[in-house]
Design a protein around this ligand. Structure first.
Ligand code: DAH
Length: 339
């Protein structure tokens, strides 16, 4: 039995060296010291020993047990600190590396102003609608009373997909699309991109933005148009904003006007901002042409309406003192970061 105990001890010492996980160590403990373990098996046989041998073997077995318990404990400590070291190595962070700066994006100046204008019109009970940028000739021109070969098309040359499909030159086609679908009362604005094959310079871009407005109902008059635009101008430029309506011609309105706001820098005196005019043009407007109403299936004897269209870039550029339209589209972050 003494021999057996020595064998178990030697075997255990050898085996211990090969263990490298806490799980293996636990299996080792069970194998030797567990209820059915090898050492336990020996201890169970003690009863068969003689009186003299029992205390001697008992002592020896106890020593082996204590020895194994010690070994297991120190091996366990060793494995734990190895595991810790490994984790520390894997999770090492270099606190001296400069951090990655995550810049938070911001709204584009055109979006800021568009949103502001939308809020103003929403406050007056308008709905916001959208129309396609790739548009039929019919909606962009024909139904707006601009027939083929009409000189009014000259200032609105654009990019053609086919002979009858083009990139819209104005947001006015959304008027037609709206009136085709919805019967009065109608009160909408339609913001969006428009295109013209203009050469690029400080004030021209082949892509720009407009906001269209349309109101159709019974008994709508020029007074409603003036009142609406007046309220709009006051919300946008302040209570002392003044508008001036100049007679003009648009194919789809009659009468038509161009609308100026009194220069907010010089109050009509004439300065650099308004180029000495005292007034700054902000939009085109008019009473919807009876022909246009008819084309959309709305009886001009019963209904009337007004419409207007404004350019977003101009308003934005004046708002932020931007002197070149290209800055709005180059998307140089050094420029955009300022807003
Ligand atoms: N669509 C016109 C343009 O691009 C602007 C405009 C003028 C729109 C008068 C209107 C309007 O709705 O009534 O020049």
């Amino acid at each position: 039995m003494r021999e057996q105990l020595n064998i178990i001890k030697q075997k255990a010492i050898e085996e211990l060296k090969t263990l490298d996980t806490p799980k293996q160590l636990e299996e080792f403990r069970v194998k030797y010291l567990g209820k059915k373990g090898e050492l336990t098996a020996i201890l169970k046989q003690m009863g068969s020993l003689s009186e003299e041998e029992r205390p001697i073997i008992g002592k020896l077995a106890n020593e082996v047990r204590l020895f194994l318990e010690d070994e297991i404990e120190s091996k366990s400590n060793q494995l734990n600190s190895l595991a810790l070291e490994q984790r520390l190595r894997e999770e090492k962070i270099d606190v001296t590396i400069p951090g990655k700066r995550r810049r938070i994006g911001a709204m584009h100046p055109l979006s800021i102003v568009q949103k502001e204008l939308e809020e103003i019109f929403i406050g007056m009970g308008f709905d916001i609608v959208e129309g396609p940028e790739v548009e039929l000739d019919y909606y962009n021109f024909e139904a707006l009373n601009i027939p083929k070969n009409h000189p009014a098309r000259d200032t609105q040359d654009t990019f053609y997909i086919t002979e009858n499909i083009l990139l819209r030159t104005q947001t006015s086609p959304v008027q037609i699309r709206t009136m085709e679908k919805k019967k009065p009362p109608i009160r909408i604005i339609a913001p969006g991109r428009v295109y013209r094959s203009d050469a690029v310079d400080a004030t021209h871009s082949p892509l720009f933005h407009q906001i269209e407005g349309l109101v159709v109902d019974k008994g709508i008059t020029m007074a409603d148009l003036k009142g609406t635009l007046d309220t709009f101008a006051k919300r946008l430029y302040g209570e002392d904003a003044k508008l001036r309506f100049r007679p003009h011609h648009f194919q789809f309105t009659e009468p038509s006007a161009e609308v100026d706001v009194m220069c907010f820098a010089c109050h009509g005196e004439g300065c650099r901002l308004c180029k000495g005019e005292g007034w700054i043009e902000i939009l085109g407007a008019g009473m919807v042409h009876p022909k246009v109403l008819s084309i959309c299936g709305i009886d001009p004897e019963v209904y009337s309406g007004f419409a207007f269209g404004l350019g977003l870039e101009r308003i934005t550029m004046r708002r932020y003192n931007i002197n070149d339209i290209r800055l709005l589209f180059e998307n140089d972050v050094r420029f955009l970061r300022q807003f």
